[in-house]
Design a protein around this ligand. Structure first.
Ligand SMILES: Cc1cc2nc3c(=O)[nH]c(=O)nc-3n(C[C@H](O)[C@H](O)[C@H](O)COP(=O)(O)OP(=O)(O)OC[C@H]3O[C@@H](n4cnc5c(N)ncnc54)[C@H](O)[C@@H]3O)c2cc1C
Length: 489
């Protein structure tokens, strides 16, 4: 929708991703007047599953690589389109582990019990069709399973929001069959059917306030002909759901600073490319579906996207030695090590420009867990029959023997040589009742305000230790229900 959207609503929701769509649907179906502002474009169905480079240009923030600065720079990937990161993610689904929720209660005073969240997870799982993969598992999964078994570990298939997945391996540029459930499949249409309005190409720039009440937001609206206009949208209540970096950026710019943007957390990830003697055709199927929880919560091992572009990026650390491998693409599959993340991160407005300055200092624990995770992942893949494992570590070269892999259980990788990425960031505005550690209370209400609620990854108190979308949606549903009740009074 563009042109001249109505400029007033009972509730303004900023951002249309996992948290924003959950909030919009929950509030609209309870009769509230909801207006969603989304910075990114609305992607037509015909472009789902299209060209990867075109997708990065259009659907991703910063063309798919937002820099996180620190002694070890980390590339962060997130969506910037109607539906947010859910449109381009892999759809792996985890409820927040009970242990994590209990820790959040103890460390942050989060006043939410696992039992209270249970129906919220169930609600999201039903809407997103969360289920196990039907049909034969691809070779990249079976080989991973063999390696895990030979190591004597346990592993589970991770459920996905992708019932009827046909293995087109296009999650990262939008599922062409509609099996992978971004929130544009069911949540946002249901919100619109319940009366919500969604304005795309509209970036919230500044919240306006009178005392403890926010009165609305100044937003830059695309007019559809290349021109942009600064518009003031008014609201009785504002839900901010711009994601883990943009939410604190908008809040700090608008003068809200208390515990805002001071504690960014993330799951640093290191990828490996395994070469197997027989073709595995990983590019022709769904990514490896197993998750190893044996070393949880510090280290998780799993499967990563394998496409020509991803392989080129992952092998670039070993260039030119790895050049020949691209000719053997049918033999290659990608996997990852993700660590819980105990380093210190922050999001601050930069001196100039429209992007925040994001920092994360990789902790020694992170480095140890990444090293051990690499040792274990490489061991398992070699045990599965891989002939070579190429990590995204400059000048490390391929690991060809289990004896070379297990070295990393005891030694630390050279942090200057790591090429790390992450698709999981959170905790930049932690929530809970412990005032000194949190930016919002347990309902997501921003401290110092009467009518601003945060409902996205920014409020997870610290690392969930698992893929975060389930936690984002479960907590957003729980607090959107409370907000709906409050607004009805
Ligand atoms: C490639 C990839 C793979 C992933 N795989 C998984 C997975 O398998 N399982 C899992 O659980 N998680 C996965 N994730 C992470 C998961 O998608 C995110 O944690 C989750 O979507 C975060 O929800 P959110 O609502 O905080 O932000 P998002 O879903 O990113 O939505 C935020 C939205 O707000 C918009 N926005 C931001 N600022 C403004 C503004 N100022 N004005 C208007 N709009 C704004 C953005 O454009 C964006 O659309 C993956 C992410 C990526 C990128």
């Amino acid at each position: 929708m563009s042109g001249a959207p109505a400029r007033r609503a009972q509730v303004l929701v900023i951002g249309s991703g996992a948290g924003g769509a959950t909030a919009a649907l929950t509030l609209a179906e309870r009769g509230h007047d909801v207006l969603v502002l989304e910075e990114g474009p609305r992607i037509p169905d015909s472009r789902y599953g299209g060209d990867a480079v075109d997708a990065m240009d259009t659907w991703y923030r910063d063309r798919g690589m937002t820099p996180i600065l620190g002694r070890v720079p980390i590339g962060f990937v997130e969506g910037r389109c109607v539906g947010g990161s859910t449109e381009i993610n892999s759809g792996f689904w985890h409820r927040t582990p009970r242990e994590t929720l209990l820790r959040w209660r103890t460390r942050f005073g989060l006043d939410v019990t696992p039992e209270e969240l249970e129906p919220c997870f169930a609600w999201a799982e039903a809407l997103l069709h969360v289920s196990l993969h039907a049909g034969p598992r691809p070779a990249s999964t079976e080989l991973f399973a063999r390696g895990i078994e030979r190591m004597g570990w346990s592993a589970q298939e991770v459920p996905r929001a992708a019932r009827g997945c046909q293995g087109s391996n296009a999650c990262a540029q939008g599922c062409p069959t509609g099996a992978k459930q971004g929130v544009t499949r069911r949540l946002l249409p249901a919100a619109v059917a319940a009366g919500a309005r969604v304005v795309a190409d509209c970036r919230a720039k500044l919240l306006t306030r009178r005392g403890p009440r926010v009165t609305g937001v100044f937003a830059e609206l695309g007019l559809g002909d290349g021109r942009r206009e600064l518009v003031h949208f008014e609201a009785d209540h504002v839900v901010v759901a711009g994601g883990p970096l943009q939410t604190p950026f908008l809040l700090r710019r608008s003068g809200f600073r208390y515990n805002v943007g001071a504690t960014l957390g993330l799951h640093p990830m290191l990828k490996v490319v395994a070469r197997f003697p027989a073709p595995v055709d990983a590019e022709a199927g769904v990514l490896p579906l197993l998750g190893v929880r044996e070393f949880w919560p510090d280290v998780s091992l799993g499967g990563a996207f394998t496409t020509r572009g991803h392989l080129a990026m992952q092998l670039s650390d070993a260039w030119p030695a790895a050049r020949g491998l691209l000719a053997e693409r049918r033999h290659l599959a990608s996997y990852y090590v993700a660590v819980r993340g105990s380093g210190a991160g922050a999001v601050r407005p930069a001196a100039f420009g429209e992007a925040p300055r994001v920092t994360y200092d990789l902790s020694t624990d992170d480095l140890r867990h990444l090293s051990q995770g690499l040792g274990r992942l490489a061991s398992a893949l070699l045990a599965a029959g891989a002939t070579e494992v190429w990590p995204t570590v400059q000048r490390l070269g391929p690991i060809r023997a289990e004896a070379d892999a297990v070295r990393w259980l005891d030694e630390l990788l050279d942090r200057r040589r790591l090429s790390l990425t992450t698709v999981h960031a959170f905790s930049s505005c932690p929530m809970g009742e412990l005032h000194e550690r949190t930016a919002t209370d347990s309902r997501g209400r921003l401290r110092g305000t009467e009518n601003v609620t945060l409902l996205d990854a920014s409020v997870l108190p610290d690392s969930p230790g698992v893929n975060p979308q389930g936690s984002v949606m479960g907590l957003a549903r729980h607090n959107a229900l409370r907000l709906a009740d409050e607004l009805a009074r």
